[in-house]
Structures are given as C-alpha cells and as structure tokens.
Design a protein around this ligand. Structure first.
Ligand SMILES: *Cc1c(COP(=O)(O)O)cnc(C)c1O
Length: 418
C-alpha cells in the first residue's frame, strides 16, 4: 500500500532494540566460566562505576527499578497511614510499590509541555490529603518522563517546606541533566533526603536485561541493602567477631532484590558505552525534530533550557484537529507500514485496579487524560540505522498526508495562525 512496503523490507522496525556488543557477550562468558555468577565482584565494580558516573554518594545494584522504588519506601519507613504523591502519567510500577507498603498513592496531574508532575498542583494535593484523608504525606515520587527532568527546584522547595522525602523515578533519565547537575548526583544543598531509582530493563538506555540501581545518602542505601537481601543485617559479623563467616541477624522481613554478576557483566560495558549511545539518541531525535518541524499535525517533544534530555522515548503528540483519524488508527497505520510504535503511558487512574479502588474518573487528571489520547512513541534506539529512521519519517509523513483534515491548507506551521 505504501512505497516503503515495496522497498524489500519485510520486517518491523523494532521500537527499542537493545544494543549488545561483543564486549558484553565476552564479559558474560567470563562470568559463567568463573566461580561466581550471582552478586559478587562484578556487581561491586558496577555499583562503584555507576556511582562515579552519576556522581552519587552511595549506590545499590538491584534486580529492577521497581525494586529500587520499593526499597526507597522501605528505607524511608513509609507505610500504613502515610501518603506518597506521584504523577498520573507514568508506568504503574511506582504506584504499585506505594500500595505494597500499605501507603496511599496520591496522583497529581502533569504539566502540559513536559507531561511531568506539575509542581503547581503539589500544595493543593498536600492540603487535600492531610485535611480530607487524614493521612500524612511522607514523600514525593517525581518521574523524569521520557528522560526530560522534572522541575526539581520547585519540587525540592515544596518538599523542604513540608519535610517530605524525594524518591526520583529515573527509569528514563540516564543520562539526564538538570541545571548543570546529572540526575542521581548528590544534592548538598538539599534539606530533604533524595533517593534516585534507575532501570536497566531491556528497552532502557542502559540494559542488563533486567536490573536497576538505587543511589542516595549512604545511611538510606545501607538500610535499603538490608531490606533488599532478606532483611539480613550486613553488620552482624562485626558485632559477633569470630562467627563472622556464618552469622547474620535478620532485622526485617526483607525481600530478594539483588542484581547478579551475570547482569553486572552487561552493565559494565553498557555504562562505558552510554555516552556514545546517548549521542546517537540525540542525533536520531535531531533528525526527527527537523523532519517533522513543518507539520502542524504534530506537536514535537520539548527540551527546556538548562536541561540535557536523555531521550529515552521520543513521543510527539498528534494535533487531532488537523487529522481525520484517531491516535489508535495512526498507530495501526504505522504498524501496517512496518513501524512499531507505542504509547507512554496509559495514565494510572485509567487502569481498572486504581480506577475502581479510588473511584477515579478520566477527568480527575484532565491534562494526563487529554494528552494520553494523542501520544505516539516512535522507534528510538542507538541500534537503529539512518535507513531505519528515514523509513520511520517517511511512514509518518505518508500517514499524515493520507489523513489531513484539510489537505489544501495548513500544510506548514506558517498556516497555523488561522
Ligand atoms: C521501566 C520503568 C519502570 C520499571 O523499571 P523496571 O526496571 O522494569 O522495574 C519504572 N518507571 C518507569 C517510568 C519505567 O519506564
């Protein structure tokens, strides 16, 4: 049906394929041939190198970002009677872990441009939770959506005023910079504890297939380390000198969240390559932005001044007024042309579990709800070749041209004013 279909390409352009090189493969094999395949020397090395990369005071390698988020709540002692504020526009796992510890997740709507948690709505949410729910707000969980940082200055200021901790979901934010600091770096001027959670899931900017990293103040990382390894007290051996080789004390009903050396083997090389991966992501995004700039049918993703965007996800929005098709049809047409797309994210309050538990309606978070309906995530990975990107651009342009609301007018941004 389209020219791209006849160019001899009969497979999909994948959405976010991992880029694994011979170095990663050799390191995994080296681990397999050693006597140590689970948490050991390679995890230690990976933690140390990662901590240096993001300039963090302490780091704990874990089995996933979800685990890091869960451990953050546990380390901060958050539980029943507490509330945690987070964004409606995110993946479900950050909200799930708030439920897991018995606290109340309180969703907050997003800024129209970045789709990040809107700090202007935090005060209101804090007042509402305290007065009408009788709960104590303990933390804010901002998500640096797509790799664009949240407005951390305002969020930190509000957190300091109310004595709240910050748990950053940085699953997309590697490497992200905000006002000259890399996300994950120590916040010397911060009056509140800040924990930052990274994901090494298969699609993320750095992958260990599954995995994550928690960084933050050493005392909290120590507590998280114990919670993440059966609640065993790592210091027990010091207190029981001679029995050191076998004795441990269990101080909480902890979880099993450790990363393995097999996974760290991947991470060590992925981390080394991260700057070049990031440069490639930036180059792809520049091509997309340039190719789509003239299309009033698309609203391009923003990058505010004084930030470095990690570009984990490239999610333009459809200006549906300019098109005769819905977002779902748009995606279906791209898929037919061999382009795999996605949507990030279905807002949390629309999912059945949360909708029913908290009696949410779609309009409770009007910005998240409205923007959700016009979001499209396009393929983005350092593994994609210039040819692949060209095909994505051609397919997007073709789909727009085929479904313009007014084919003769409004072709360029110059005509938008009408
Ligand atoms: C991927 C992702 C997570 C979960 O990461 P895992 O490592 O798979 O647990 C959390 N939050 C966001 C925003 C994500 O995209």
């Amino acid at each position: 049906m389209t020219t791209t279909m006849t160019l001899g390409r009969d497979k999909f352009i994948p959405f976010s394929p991992p880029l694994i090189g011979d170095e990663e493969i050799a390191e995994v094999v080296d681990t397999l041939r050693s006597d140590w395949i689970t948490t050991g020397p390679k995890v230690k090395r990976f933690e140390r190198q990662f901590l240096e990369f993001v300039d963090a005071p302490a780091a704990l390698a874990v089995s996933s970002c979800t685990a890091a988020l869960h451990l953050s709540l546990l380390a901060l002692g958050i539980g029943p009677g507490d509330a945690v504020l987070t964004t409606a526009m995110t993946f479900c796992s950050g909200v799930h872990v708030i439920e897991h510890v018995g606290a109340r997740p309180v969703l907050v709507d997003v800024e129209p441009d970045t789709l990040n948690l809107d700090p202007q709505r935090l005060e209101d949410a804090i007042q509402r939770v305290t007065r009408t729910l009788g709960l104590q707000v303990k933390a804010i969980m901002p998500v640096h959506l797509y790799g664009h940082p949240c407005d951390m200055a305002t969020i930190l200021e509000i957190a300091a005023r109310h004595g709240l901790a910050i748990i950053e979901d940085a699953a997309h934010a590697l490497p992200t910079h905000y006002r000259g600091r890399i996300i994950g770096s120590a916040q010397p001027q911060s009056a509140v504890p800040v924990l930052t959670c990274f994901s090494f899931y298969a699609t993320k900017n750095l992958t260990t297939a599954e995995g994550g990293m928690l960084v933050g103040p050493p005392e909290l990382i120590d507590r998280a380390r114990s919670w993440g390894l059966h609640g065993m007290n790592g210091d027990a051996w010091k207190r029981y000198g001679k029995e050191g080789t076998w004795f441990y004390e269990v101080v909480s009903p902890g979880f099993k969240y450790n990363l393995t050396d097999l996974q760290a083997a991947l991470g060590l090389h992925q981390l080394r390559k991260l700057p070049q991966f990031h440069a490639r992501r930036q180059a792809i995004v520049r091509r997309y932005q340039a190719a789509f700039a003239a299309y009033e049918e698309l609203q391009l993703p923003p990058e505010r001044a004084d930030v470095v965007h990690a570009w984990h996800i490239y999610a333009p929005r459809l200006n549906l007024d300019c098109l005769t098709i819905t977002r779902n049809q748009f995606i279906a047409e791209l898929q037919e042309q061999g382009i795999s797309c996605s949507v990030h994210f279905i807002p949390v309050h629309l999912h059945r579990y949360y909708r029913e538990k908290y009696s949410y309606v779609a309009q409770d978070f009007p910005v998240a709800y409205q923007e959700y309906q016009r979001l499209v995530s396009l393929p983005l990975s350092p593994k994609l070749a210039d040819e692949d990107i060209k095909e994505v651009i051609a397919a997007v342009r073709h789909t727009i041209s085929a479904h313009r609301a007014q084919p003769e007018s409004g072709r360029t941004r110059a005509a938008v004013g009408s």
